[in-house]
Design a protein. Structure first.
Length: 194
């Protein structure tokens, strides 16, 4: 093959690869609100004494071609329409479920093929069991026991593994297989001597 033929083959290959690239879309979903009535709970130096802050809980719907993935699943349904209690240092509320938000987009829960969980805090795992047919991939495990929502939706391995956490959820919400990878998560910012 001459240089011109090689270039033509390369160009055709690149054009074919470009033509086959699947479109990607991203939506931010409302996955709740954490109300920190005592923001100082987030500091080991007492930097936020007497301060209050509302923290937004975001989840993301990603479409690659015809495949849908959720990144995090927000607060649990039990927080739906909960009125945060100022007597609590930290409380949470949810105004709309992920399933309801997907319905407004014309997407059914069984269309979600993958769920990515950044880590196992309750505000990231709460609605995972609403997607029993999805493959669950966790970026980080915080230790035993797992977050309450994941306890209901995926079986825990008998001993820690070392690859990417991946669980196929069946219709009962129980996981069929799993492995694990430890990445950074929220830091614990509490001074035990305080």
């Amino acid at each position: 093959m001459n240089l011109k033929g090689a270039f033509a083959t390369l160009a055709a290959t690149l054009l074919a690869a470009t033509a086959q690239a699947a479109p990607v879309s991203l939506w931010r979903l409302d996955c709740g609100k954490i109300v920190a009535f005592d923001l100082d709970e987030f500091s080991d130096t007492r930097a936020y004494v007497g301060q209050h802050k509302d923290l937004v809980g975001s989840c993301y719907l990603i479409r690659h071609g015809e495949t849908y993935m959720l990144w995090d699943t927000g607060l649990p349904r039990s927080a739906l329409n909960h009125v945060p209690d100022p007597k609590q240092g930290l409380d949470a509320t949810l105004t709309v479920t992920i399933v309801d938000q997907l319905a407004k987009l014309g997407i059914k829960p069984d269309q979600i093929a993958l769920i990515g969980i950044s880590h196992e805090h309750f505000d990231h795992t709460g609605q995972a069991s609403d997607f029993p047919g999805a493959i669950l991939r966790e970026a980080h495990r915080l230790g035993d026991p797992p977050a309450i929502a994941l306890r209901a939706s995926a079986k825990r391995p008998s001993r820690p593994q070392t690859l990417v956490n991946q669980t196929r959820l069946d219709s009962s919400g129980r996981g069929a297989r799993r492995a694990g990878l430890g990445l950074a998560s929220h830091m614990r910012c509490r001074n035990p001597e305080r």
